[in-house]
Write a new protein. Structure first.
Length: 504
């Protein structure tokens, strides 16, 4: 031991045991005695707290609705279900490090409100005593599945929603029952050719009036009119993230992907489909062998921060038969995932943590002038010519917003798996929000899941609100205050810091 380090140890021991008045020679014996005690205590603590030994379980439950259930949404009106192209599922992954247990669930649904997800969590808590704040449940945003309960039409929908709650809960219960020693790892790849910002920044004065008859917007997006396009109005996130879980013998247990593309589309009206999220899951499951004596492999994909992106780009462009592009995109992403799985560094000694916080935000309810406008529009014949094709829709939305409470309380979550963080946001965040969260995260790897634990609509940053466009137009699909995004990011930052600090 060198002399400076030896003196430093003595000095530290003196400070800790308040014996600075002793001479150095005497202090040395005290120092060594003190250090021996500390070392013994640390060894005892380590013996009492062995390294985490991860267990994992996964399961899927069919949640395909019967014919007649509505697929209507706040803005879109695809009508009732008439048949099924591919079945939809609630897929659950439960992790347990011996000190904390948590669940991640991905549902093949367009959107699900916070109350419905909470009912499912309550049911899980009743059945297996897993606390509600230890569950993250999200929707994929396939546009060929119900919007729960936003599309409610009648009793058929109510019956399906009740069954849905029970089936989501059963997915978690079955996954928990399948818990077994496991190893976990994660990686990602870039897939920029599939992602495009659907919000285009245009030459000032070139964008037509919005549904409210207002001019001056600088972004052309969904249902936008006119516009001399200059450039994308914001960035996209091309990262495809992968979490892979394997049994102790190396057999696949579960795979969770995350990608920030809104959806694929190319459906046949009335037919249920999980979109490319489901195609990805099917292709993975087909090509991942289930080991002897193990439950079936579960593969799933969650939606990331896709509020400003459109359908998948660059796959079978031009007119194609329904669902062809979905299958091609899902397969391509699954094949790229498969190529990376064996190269992941898998570990069992990972600890878990999870934090949740509520945030109260304002609702953009209409003022008296907007309400008067809406009532005047709706008083006209349905076929009356309007300044915008969606004017009547947004007049109805103004009335709907007026009936909402002035504020809403939403849940934000962050969970940690070793050195990986996952953030859950109950909105459709823009890619710039997800990129900002990843850049500021104290964790080496971070995944952001949108449509998690509820659905409070699009989440444009204030700058995007100022530019206008479909995602900013006040409706139940975009109802939160204009400062909601930075407020959400601040809370998320605190949650990430919390789960990171507990790692050490």
């Amino acid at each position: 031991m060198n002399q400076p380090h030896f003196v430093s140890m003595i000095s530290s021991a003196q400070r800790c045991i308040k014996l600075s008045w002793l001479p150095v020679a005497a202090s040395a014996s005290f120092a060594f005695a003190f250090l021996a005690i500390v070392t013994a205590a640390q060894n005892a603590a380590s013996a009492k707290q062995p390294a985490a030994k991860l267990r994992a379980g996964a399961a899927e439950v069919d949640i395909t609705p019967p014919p007649g259930v509505s697929m209507n949404g706040v803005i879109s009106r695809p009508g009732p279900i008439t048949g099924v192209h591919d079945r939809i599922f609630a897929r659950a992954l439960v992790l347990d490090d011996g000190a904390l247990k948590l669940a991640i669930v991905v549902c093949d649904l367009c959107i699900v409100d916070q109350d419905t997800f909470d009912l499912a969590k309550q049911r899980v808590a009743e059945l297996i005593k897993l606390p509600m704040n230890r569950m993250l449940i999200s929707a994929t945003h396939t546009h060929a599945a119900p919007r729960v309960p936003f599309g409610r039409v009648g009793p058929d929908d109510d019956q399906y929603y009740a069954v849905l709650v029970e089936k989501i809960a059963q997915a978690v219960v079955r996954a928990e029952k399948n818990l077994a020693p496991a190893n976990i790892g994660w990686t990602s790849f870039q897939k920029p050719e599939y992602v495009k910002c659907r919000r285009s920044l245009c030459k000032p004065g070139s964008v037509g009036p919005n549904p409210f008859g207002e001019a001056g917007e600088q972004v052309k997006s969904v249902a936008g009119k006119g516009g001399v396009i200059l450039e994308p109005a914001g960035p996209v996130d091309p990262e495809f993230s992968i979490i892979s879980v394997r049994h102790q013998d190396g057999a696949p247990l579960a795979v969770l992907g995350n990608y920030s593309v809104h959806y694929c589309g190319g459906y046949q009206r009335g037919l249920v489909s999980a979109d490319y999220f489901g195609a990805y899951s099917r292709w993975l499951r087909k090509n991942l062998p289930t080991g002897d004596g193990h439950p079936p492999v579960v593969a799933m994909m969650s939606n990331g921060t896709s509020g400003n992106t459109g359908a998948i780009q660059g796959v079978a462009l031009g007119r194609r038969p329904p669902f062809e592009r979905i299958d091609l995109a899902g397969r391509a992403l699954a094949e790229q995932t498969l190529r990376l799985l064996d190269g992941i560094a898998y570990r069992q000694d990972v600890s878990l943590d999870m934090a949740e916080k509520r945030l109260e935000l304002g609702v953009r309810r209409p003022d008296a002038k907007r309400l008067a406008w809406a009532e005047a529009v709706l008083a006209q014949p349905k076929n009356a010519k309007q300044i915008h094709p969606w004017t009547r829709i947004y007049a109805g939305e103004a009335l709907a917003l007026s009936k909402l409470p002035p504020t809403v309380s939403l849940k934000l979550q962050a969970l940690r798996i070793g050195d990986l963080a996952i953030v859950g946001i109950p909105c459709e965040p823009f890619a710039e929000t997800g990129l900002a969260i990843k850049a500021a995260s104290p964790m080496s790897d971070t995944i952001v899941m949108g449509l998690a634990n509820g659905e409070f609509g699009y989440l444009p940053p204030p700058r995007q609100h100022a530019l206008g466009g479909y995602e900013t137009w006040p409706a139940r699909s975009s109802s939160l205050e204009t400062e909601a995004e930075p407020k959400i990011r601040r809370v998320v930052s605190g949650l990430l810091q919390s789960v990171t600090e507990k790692k050490h």
